[in-house]
Ligand binder design. Structure first.
Ligand code: NAD
Ligand code: TYD
Length: 338
């Protein structure tokens, strides 16, 4: 299979490309990535040097000429669209790039793929499109979309375009919605790597609001496996939820991390809440279990230890992301919220 993966220099895309090339000797992958602040070409530098089945193209999923060109000559059997602006806090500061990439970029990719008759398109989405839950219940694929942040609204917009491409053109798109991922290569603006770095530096760990918002955590490899299953077995036009069966409050996650790192809980600092902060996410993934055979394999305690080990042994990666955009982000973040 010849795959076009978009956003492959980001967190989940990097893990997906590595896993798929490892697992499928007959697959080749072209990675189209714009290299925003979140995209790191060095994540896959070893593959660029030594893996002939992998190639990289720097570019924007919204660039019609480029994408049409990449899809000529039936060189691509399937597309997996990870490319996105992905951080809620950034979307609150400035929604525009989220609309440009997540909505218009995805529509461009769908349109080019339709015109070039690509026979499979997996669109990667998120549980956040469903909005927020109270103390009980779970999101299923039939839960109405009720996004609360500019990020989740832009992802919901993309999901609806994917749906429309199936309904209107019978375009073979499958959409996946997953809960919060964690694991290697996650950019340290997201909760777990951000708290890891703050704890290592003995800086305050900024917990929003009362810290009792709940997220369902899934180890990134389990999400990637779900995407693989959707690619190989998903029904055209269908949406599939993936979850990790690991509901935790943010405070519990942060306390566990401090304990694993041997740091005091006094580092925890409650800061102002995120506007529109969703209270709780939980996923009913029974459809994916039934139709695809999906199940998360790693429990949260093991996954968190594995993730922290990865950050401990990959200090070079952390130094690199810290030296540039991340450092500027942290400085402005702490400046704005202290
Ligand atoms: P990320 O921010 O780490 O990576 C995004 C990648 O997309 C980066 O490499 C970036 O350079 C690239 N990109 C951004 N705009 C682009 C454009 N216009 N053209 C080409 N490339 C572009 O994000 P992630 O956490 O790896 O998330 C990947 C996908 O999974 C996103 O669609 C996100 O909405 C979805 N998702 C993420 C999570 C999570 O917990 N991280 C959960 C569910 C779904
Ligand atoms: P995040 O990693 O940004 O993912 P998402 O907003 O997509 O769920 O945040 C996860 C949770 O952690 C969310 O409830 C917000 C909270 N949070 C903090 O309390 N402090 C922080 O510094 C960050 C980044 C997030």
């Amino acid at each position: 299979m010849k795959l076009l993966v978009t956003g492959g220099c980001g967190f989940i895309g990097t893990n997906f490309i590595r896993l798929m090339l490892d697992k499928h000797p007959d697959w080749s992958i072209v990675n189209l990535d714009k290299l925003t602040y979140a995209g790191n070409r060095l994540n896959l530098a070893d593959l660029e040097r030594g893996e002939p089945r992998y190639s990289f193209v720097q570019g924007d999923i919204g660039d019609r000429a480029l994408v049409m060109d990449m899809l000529t000559d039936a060189t691509v059997d399937a597309i997996v669209n990870f490319a996105a602006e992905s951080h809620v806090d950034r979307s609150i500061d400035d929604p525009s790039p989220f609309l440009t990439t997540n909505v218009l970029g995805t529509q461009n990719l769908l349109e080019c793929a339709r015109q070039r008759r690509v026979s499979r398109f997996v669109h990667i989405s998120t549980d956040e499109v469903y909005g927020t839950l109270g103390a009980s219940g779970k999101f299923s694929e039939t839960t109405p979309l009720a996004p609360n942040s500019p990020y989740s609204a832009s992802k919901a917009g993309a999901d609806l375009l994917a749906r429309a491409y199936f309904e209107t053109y019978a375009f073979p798109v499958v959409t996946t919605r997953c809960s919060n991922n964690y694991g290697p290569y996650q950019f340290p603006e997201k909760l777990i790597p951000l708290m890891y770095l703050a704890a290592k530096d003995n800086r305050p760990l900024p917990v929003y609001g009362d810290g009792l918002n709940v997220r369902d955590w899934i180890y990134v490899d389990d999400h990637c496996h779900g995407v693989e299953l959707a690619l190989l077995k998903g029904r055209e036009g269908q949406v599939y939820n993936f979850g990790g069966d690991a509901e935790e409050t943010n405070l519990a996650v942060v306390k566990t991390m401090l304990s694993l790192l041997g740091k005091p809980e006094s580092l925890i600092t409650f800061v102002g809440d995120r506007p529109g902060h969703d209270r709780r996410y939980a996923m009913d993934y029974s459809l994916a279990a039934l139709e695809l055979g999906f199940a998360p394999s790693l429990d949260f305690a093991t996954g968190l230890r594995r993730t922290i080990d990865w950050y401990e042994t990959n200090s070079r990666w952390l130094e690199q992301v810290q030296s540039g955009e991340y450092r500027r982000f942290m400085d402005s973040w702490y400046g704005a919220r202290s």
